[in-house]
Design a protein around this ligand. Structure first.
Ligand SMILES: [Zn+2]
Length: 242
C-alpha cells in the first residue's frame, strides 16, 4: 500500500523524507503580539525563519539553532526608487543574517549587488502558490533564490477555509515553504477586512478587540506545527538550504 496523503494527515504511518520550512514575515509587529507565534512554534518544537522589520528583543533572545533571523526590508518608499537604507539599517541590526525577503516581495536584479554587499546568501521573494517540485536556484554567483509555495495572505485572499486539511500536503515533492504573518496569527484572521480594520490600533491594546474567536489563521498555524511534530516531520531553517 502506498502513501496516501489527505490534508495534513499521513495515512498508514508511512513517512517521507520531506522537510518543512516555516517562515514568518514580521511586518513591524511588536514583541507582545509576536509572542503567540513563538509560543506555538516552541510548544511543538518547530523551527522557523523569521524575516525581521525592526529591532526586537524577543527575536534577539531566540536560540539561533531553532530560529533564523532574516531581513524583511521595505524597499518601497513610494516614488519608484528602491529605498536601500531599509536593507542597510536591518543589516546593521542583524549582522548575522544571511537571508532576505522583501516586504511586498518587491525585488529586482538591481538589488543583487546590494544584497551581496550586506553578505546575504539567499533571497526568498519568488512565490509559487501551491506549486510542487520547487527547488533552490542560483540567482547570482553568491546568492541563491529560495522560492516559497504557501502564504497565509494568499489563503485569505482566495477565501479558503481554516479546518485541518486546508493546507497543502507536507510530502510534496520539492521544497515546502509555508509563510505566515504573525499579525494574522495574533488576530487569528479569518477575513482580510478584519486585519484592515485592526490597523488603526496596530501594536496597541485596542488590537485585542479584533481577535477572531472562530477558526482562522492561528488554527492553521497550530495545525501545521502539531502535524509536523506528531508525524515526526523534520522542520528546517532556510539557511540550511544554502
Ligand atoms: Zn511584509
Amino acid at each position: 500500500m502506498g502513501l496516501v496523503k489527505q490534508g495534513l494527515v499521513w495515512r498508514y504511518g508511512v513517512m517521507s523524507n520531506a522537510k518543512i520550512y516555516i517562515t514568518l514575515d514580521l511586518d513591524w509587529l511588536s514583541d507582545e503580539y509576536l509572542a503567540i507565534s513563538i509560543d506555538i512554534l516552541a510548544k511543538y518544537g518547530v523551527k522557523a525563519t523569521i524575516f525581521a522589520t525592526h529591532d526586537s528583543r524577543l527575536l534577539r533572545s531566540l536560540d539561533s539553532d531553532d530560529y533564523e533571523i532574516g531581513l524583511h526590508p521595505n524597499f518601497d518608499p513610494g516614488g519608484g526608487m528602491y529605498n536601500l537604507n531599509a536593507l542597510y539599517e536591518l543589516h546593521k541590526l542583524y549582522p548575522q543574517a544571511v537571508g532576505t525577503r522583501s516586504h511586498t516581495l518587491l525585488f529586482g536584479s538591481r538589488l543583487l549587488p546590494e544584497l551581496e554587499r550586506c553578505h546575504m546568501k539567499y533571497e526568498s521573494n519568488i512565490f509559487m502558490y501551491m506549486h510542487e517540485g520547487l527547488h533552490c536556484v542560483a540567482r547570482s554567483k553568491t546568492i541563491t533564490s529560495v522560492p516559497f509555495n504557501w502564504s497565509d495572505d494568499k489563503h485569505l485572499e482566495l477565501e479558503h477555509g481554516f479546518a485541518t486539511g486546508e493546507l497543502p500536503p507536507l510530502d510534496n515533492a520539492g521544497l515546502n515553504v509555508f509563510n505566515f504573518h504573525p499579525v494574522h496569527i495574533y488576530l487569528n484572521t479569518d477575513v482580510y477586512s478584519r486585519y484592515e480594520s485592526s490597523k488603526a490600533n496596530f501594536n496597541n491594546p485596542g488590537m485585542a478587540e479584533y481577535v477572531n474567536r472562530e477558526l482562522g489563521v492561528r488554527n492553521l498555524f497550530e495545525d501545521l506545527c502539531s502535524s509536523i511534530a506528531n508525524n515526526g516531520v523534520e522542520s528546517g531553517l532556510l539557511s540550511d538550504l544554502i
